[in-house]
Design a protein around this ligand. Sequence first.
Ligand SMILES: Nc1ncnc2c1ncn2[C@@H]1O[C@H](COP(=O)(O)OP(=O)(O)OP(=O)(O)O)[C@@H](O)[C@H]1O
Ligand SMILES: [Mg+2]
Length: 320
Amino acid sequence: MTESVLEVRNLTKVYRQRRGEDVLAVDDISFTVKKNEVVGLLGPNGAGKTTTIKCICTLVRPTGGSIRINGTDAQRNTRIALRHVTAVLEGNRNIYWRLTVRENLEFFAGLQGIPSGWVRNYIDELIELFQLKEKERTDARKLSRGMQQKLAVACALVKKTEVLLLDEPTLGLDVETSHELRFTLKEMARRGERTIILSSHDMSVVQDICERVIIVNNGKIVTDDEVANLLRLFQASAYRFEIEGRLDEHQAKQLEERFDLLRISGTDHHTEIEAQLEDGNRIYEVMDILKAGDSRIRSIARKEPNLEEIFLNIVKGGKN
Ligand SMILES: Nc1ncnc2c1ncn2[C@@H]1O[C@H](COP(=O)(O)OP(=O)(O)OP(=O)(O)O)[C@@H](O)[C@H]1O
Ligand SMILES: [Mg+2]
């Protein structure tokens, strides 16, 4: 059996407010993460992702529940527990502005008590991996925001802790830099050297990097499953119907009332309807509605799902 590196049990966080109502940010969540697992924490704004991550790295004190890191209780033995964790928090590029790229990496390796001579190869590798070679002698303050973000993640990696927490690592990066960082994280994940918990509200990031996803909404876990399972589950039940012309209002209303619609779109000439059908036989019910009126059905196909739709569906409270 693979050991679990992180155990979150009944974690609850209430932010007490002097004025106004208290905020229940995390509502009794439990999950465990195994060694070398790469887990995505996915949820809309305000779902509780950052709070969960901050509780794990002890920046926020939980109102209830417990967190064990490598078997050590994070609240009782914070110092020991934190030896195993590094976090890169949302928007917080925890690097030294006046040190160069390489010096930053050497500094963070040194903090962990790793002599720089020893890790030189690893630092070279990280600089390469994060495409920072050209800038290795440049002060961090002179890097672009995306490069600073990459450097922050590289500095977290160089500490070689067992667990890496990344809060919205690709937030605010341009498409290219985001892809580079994703590629690098995927590479880390593929090597299976590190336990990574990564929060994002960008499903494609999670779909790309993580093998497992925990979807949170309103402070609660709504799904915890392997990404591949979720995709498969939806693949079996998501359909796309294409008809000529437009749907009339009555048809649209009927569909909406009776089915779990993912999308209706189209032009004057054709309409595409995507729906989640828990039972393949319900295709005929959809067809009956479509055939009433003058709509001619052009095609019916199973739809390749993506995590974004699955996510929206689950968060909206649809079935899966
Ligand atoms: N320091 C704080 N004081 C009071 N309320 C807070 C504090 N930090 C977060 N909250 C509230 O807790 C809830 C969860 O916030 P959190 O930042 O954990 O969400 P998130 O999932 O990270 O969202 P986002 O995607 O926007 O980063 C929100 O309602 C937020 O307003
Ligand atoms: Mg957040």
